[in-house]
Design a protein around this ligand. Sequence first.
Ligand code: NAG
Ligand code: NAG
Ligand code: NAG
Ligand code: NAG
Length: 276
Amino acid sequence: MGVSLLSSSPAFLVFFSFSTFCLLGDPVLGITRHYKFDVKLHNVTRLCHTKSIVSVNGQFPGPRIVAREGDQLLIKVVNHVPNNISIHWHGIRQLRSQRGTLFWHAHISWLRATLYGPIVILPKRGVPYPFAKPYKEVPIVFGEWFNADPEAVISQALQTGGGPNVSDAYTINGLPGPLYNCSAKDTFKLKGFGNFDPNKDPAKFNLIDPVERNTVGVPSGGWVAIRFLADNPGVWFMHCHLEVHTSWGLKMAWIVLDGELPNQKLVPPPADLPKC
Ligand SMILES: *[C@@H]1O[C@H](CO)[C@@H](O)[C@H](O)[C@H]1NC(C)=O
Ligand SMILES: *[C@@H]1O[C@H](CO)[C@@H](O)[C@H](O)[C@H]1NC(C)=O
Ligand SMILES: *[C@@H]1O[C@H](CO)[C@@H](O)[C@H](O)[C@H]1NC(C)=O
Ligand SMILES: *[C@@H]1O[C@H](CO)[C@@H](O)[C@H](O)[C@H]1NC(C)=O
């Protein structure tokens, strides 16, 4: 699903029951899971800089959404900040079931620098993954930390026409780690440490429904031909994955219309969807 726009008015409450999320499989078999996202300002300290960031429920990264294939999700988003906010359920297929770890993030300006979190879609209860059961699963979300306000960074770049200032740190689950100054305590620590073993590890590969790539690198002066099967109706955003290029306008929307068959159609929006 693309993007939903919430009002800039802090008092305005927006409710959306995403048709996207209502279609992660057969809703009859799943349960309905409810989440409440309060988008608000929250003070965070990284690299010895304390600043107010836009995040969800006072968490950074934001809350983890967990569901099973076939569940319905109802996510109430309330915008308490002066910015217009959109939330993008990144990589969610609107039809058919889908498992894996995806993420949600803001899809407006550069607010996604702090407004993001993981979406974990587990298989139905009792259904195994098509690979050996892992000892433990830990979502890892990569990000970037700006000591400055990322909105000021992109707005300055758009005014000058130059490249935006680079971030101050790369982050894992919101934490820059010990390679940066004043960051030793802000390190994401993972158990189960090891290196890839080319002899033993291929047996654990998922060759049934492996992760699909949806980003392709294009070298300077190069070109790429993209061919895809339009099997997922809705409005889809195609954009350069270098943030500043998106801000500069390297972006477009694909509109994929409904197909003939019942399982190729979007469900209508819920009756209580607020009207413009
Ligand atoms: C963030 O910190 C500033 C300065 O200490 C304070 O004035 C402000 O109320 C704090 N904001 C939040 C959302 O806690
Ligand atoms: C939010 O969006 C509305 C409608 O497009 C626009 O009029 C308003 O200026 C925006 N507010 C901010 C703070 O960008
Ligand atoms: C970008 O970097 C320059 C040079 O360090 C600095 O003067 C400017 O204030 C920075 N811009 C923002 C928005 O932080
Ligand atoms: C870390 O701090 C030291 C001492 O203040 C400074 O020399 C160095 O440039 C800093 N490194 C970074 C990456 O900011």
